[in-house]
Structure formats: C-alpha cells, structure tokens
Design a protein around this ligand. Structure first.
Ligand code: ATP
Ligand code: MG
Length: 393
C-alpha cells in the first residue's frame, strides 16, 4: 500500500458559510457510498475544513481513485503521506523519502509550499520551505527549484499531524448528491438525455428516470440499453429508480386519431404529462430532458414552447445550447457514448412522420388532442399504474 491517506479537496462547497457542514456531511456520505464498491476498508474523516480518506486495509490504488473521481463535489484527490509530529529532523527525512518514492525519475523542477496551521510548531513555513528545498536538492542533484512554474509542487501542511503531498488528481467537481432535491429525467436510449441527467446530478440533484417503452415496436434490447445507461449515470449520481412506462397503446391511439405530421409533438406532450405525474408522486420537483435547440424538428423553439406548455414543474434542459459534438464529447467523457450508439430503436423513431411540423401552433395541437378525449385519460392512468420500476445502480 503506497498511500495510507488521500486528501479530498472540495471548492464550491467550501464557500457555503454556515451551511457548510451540510455540504461536507453530504460529501462524506457520497464518498462512503462510492467506496463501498471498492475492495478494502476505509475511514472517511472530517477535520478543520479538510476531508481525508484513510485506508484501513490493503486496497487497489486505481480502483480507489476511479471511485473517488465519480463523486460530485470533489475537485481534487491528493494521495498523501500523513506524518505524526516526531520532531523536525525526522520530518525532513520522511519528506525526502516520500519524494524519492513518488518520483523515480528525478529530472523535475519543484517548489516547496509549507502551510503551518499549528502555530505551536517550532519552525515557520518559510524555514520549512528553505530547509526541505535544500534537502531535496542535496539528495537528488538532478532536481531544480522553480518558484514560478514548478513541475512538482510539494505541499506540506503542518497541523496536529503533518500532511505531505504533491499530486492532485482532478475530481468530477460539482456538488454532492443530496444537497439539492430530486428531479425526474426523461431517459431515452439516445446520446443526449444521459448527458443531461449527468449534468443536473452534478449540481447535487438526486435523479429518478422515466423511459417510454413501446413493445413490440421497441425491443427488449432497447429497454436493456436504457437500463444500462441509467446504471452508468448512477455510477456518479447514486442509485436511480427507473420507471418504465408501456407507451404502445397511447402511441397507437395518437397515430390513429391525429394528423401524422403532429405525431411527434403530441407524443412528446404526453411524455411530459406522464413524467410530471410520476414526478409529483415520487417527490421530484423538476423534469430533465436532453433537448437542444434546433437539433431535430421536435426541438425548434416553437416545438419546445408547445411541449413545455403541458408542464407545471420546471423543465431543466442542460444541453439546450450545446452543439451535437459538444454533447458527444461529454458523453464520451462520462462513458455513456458507446452504449448510446448501439443501434436499437427508441420509441420515437418508429412513429415519426416524414415531414413533422417544425412550427406547431399551440391551438392547432390542442384541437388535435381533443380527438383523443374518449380514451386518453384512462390510457394515461393505466400506463402510470402498470409501470415497471427498476432500481439501477
Ligand atoms: P436523446 O439523445 O436523449 O434520445 P434525441 O436527440 O433523440 O434525444 P428526442 O427524441 O427529440 O431527442 O427527445 C428529446 C428528449 O425527450 C430526450 O432527450 C429525452 O429526454 C426525451 N425522450 C425522448 N424519447 C424518450 C423515451 N422513449 N423515453 C423517455 N424520454 C424520452
Ligand atoms: Mg432519442
């Protein structure tokens, strides 16, 4: 075991004043949750504006870093050595040993940055900087000091104990899950909605999801793909309850009763209505979609206005201003892309008209929907009541 401890750096949540502990505690809960997936025992401890992950057993380094990189709220992970105060001379020796092990190749420039929180420590920060710098230059003559732009920044934090680290691995950023309520993600098998879910979860929002399934027009494999995507997002966001709605009857009914160039928009309105109903039932206070202006006919500003009209809850569309390529880049980064591009139909592609309206008129659409009045309410009730719930984690 190379490192006994990791220092967890968090930026945004450090600024929340009196409520800071709420954020720190949420972050600790999330760290513990993610570490459960990793072999080994760990203690997560909070101490004066610092969170440490201390290893209590052997562990796999890459696995632990992989798990911590998925925790929202962490900006940096620093593998470190934590030394007891056993005298200054001993400390200097230990630091040289640590750097020796950390960098087998000694051709690097460095700077020492000591910070003394424990003002009783007999040596000042400046003295530590000078002494440790001298020690390293003496022990490893290939190294050089560069105070402006060092390749290696050696951090020495003198507290009750002494933290020494020089590597900062980038974390996911954002806010810890559980600090910001819960929202319902409309999750399809496409590229955009998993990214949208990830982005909102990153702001500390807990996620549930709804998928509109249309068997036999959409296959079991298409549904499995959505489950797989939910699992990948859950890798960051924590367990996601996925509500699978059987949408076939409703879709066929719209197909029978309404003009075909309005199918997509009317279907989208029913998706939003149903998603909102389930959201209200489950305590979600917002909806999330992967819509982006102008991407397809159903996502022009006019179509979005008509879709939005049926919702009372706020609808969060975090990729609204992204180009497709920007969404793809993010989906590759978070690991959903490969699954999203698997070729199984999602329900919209079956019923799309050749020339869908791009400038739907709200009154025209509402009028078309009156043709559904005989059966639609009952169909919606049935769809909601008979939904399947799958916990994805
Ligand atoms: P995505 O890549 O997320 O599938 P898309 O570019 O295919 O998006 P649309 O098919 O117009 O766009 O859907 C817009 C949004 O509506 C999706 O991002 C998703 O949030 C929601 N949505 C579409 N189809 C479904 C479905 N079958 N189940 C749940 N939500 C859906
Ligand atoms: Mg889609």
């Amino acid at each position: 075991m190379r490192y006994h401890s990791f220092l967890v750096k968090y930026a945004e949540i450090g600024t929340k004043g009196k409520n800071r502990y709420i954020f720190e505690d949420a972050l600790i809960r999330q760290i513990k949750l993610h570490l459960k997936k990793v072999e080994g025992e760990f203690a997560v401890v909070k101490e004066q504006g610092r969170i440490y992950v201390n290893a209590k057993s052997d562990y796999d380094y890459d696995e632990v870093i992989g798990a911590l990189k998925k925790v929202f709220g962490i900006v940096g992970i620093c593998p470190m050595t934590q030394l007891a105060d056993e005298g200054y001379e001993k400390l200097r020796k230990e630091i040289v040993k640590f750097i020796d092990e950390e960098y087998p190749d000694k051709h690097f420039t460095f700077k020492v940055r000591a910070k003394r929180t424990n003002k009783h420590y007999p040596v000042t920060s400046d003295e530590i900087n000078a002494d440790v710098g001298y020690d390293i230059l003496t022990a490893f003559p290939e190294t050089k000091v560069d105070v402006r732009n060092p390749e290696v920044m050696i951090h020495i934090e003198v507290r009750q104990q002494i933290n020494v680290y020089s590597k900062v691995i980038k974390g996911a950023g954002g806010m810890p899950i559980g600090t910001n309520g819960k929202a319902m993600l409309l999750l399809s098998g496409g590229i955009d909605s998993p990214v949208a879910g990830y982005m909102i979860a990153k702001r500390g929002v807990m996620i549930e999801a709804v998928y509109f399934h249309a068997p036999p027009y959409t296959s079991e494999r298409a549904k499995q793909k959505v489950v797989d995507l939910a699992k990948i997002v859950a890798g960051y966001a924590g367990p996601i309850k996925l509500h699978v709605i059987n949408f076939t009857e409703i879709q066929l009914y719209i197909y029978e009763q309404c003009p075909h160039d309005e199918l997509t928009i009317i279907m989208r309105r029913y998706m939003m209505r149903i998603a909102e109903r389930i959201a209200e039932e489950t305590g979600c206070i917002g909806l999330i979609t992967g819509e982006s202006i102008g991407q397809v006919a159903s996502q022009t500003m006019f179509s979005l206005q008509v879709t939005n009209e049926v919702c009372n809850l706020p609808v969060y569309r975090p990729v609204i201003g992204f180009d497709k390529q920007e969404i793809i880049d993010l989906s590759e980064e978070i690991g959903t892309f490969e699954t999203s591009i698997l070729p199984y139909e999602d329900c919209c592609t079956i019923f799309v008209a050749k020339h869908p309206v791009t400038k739907p008129n709200i009154n025209v659409i509402k009028k078309s929907e009156t043709k559904l009045s005989e059966k639609i309410d009952e169909m919606v009730e049935t769809a909601i009541r008979t939904r399947e719930e799958i916990i994805c984690h």
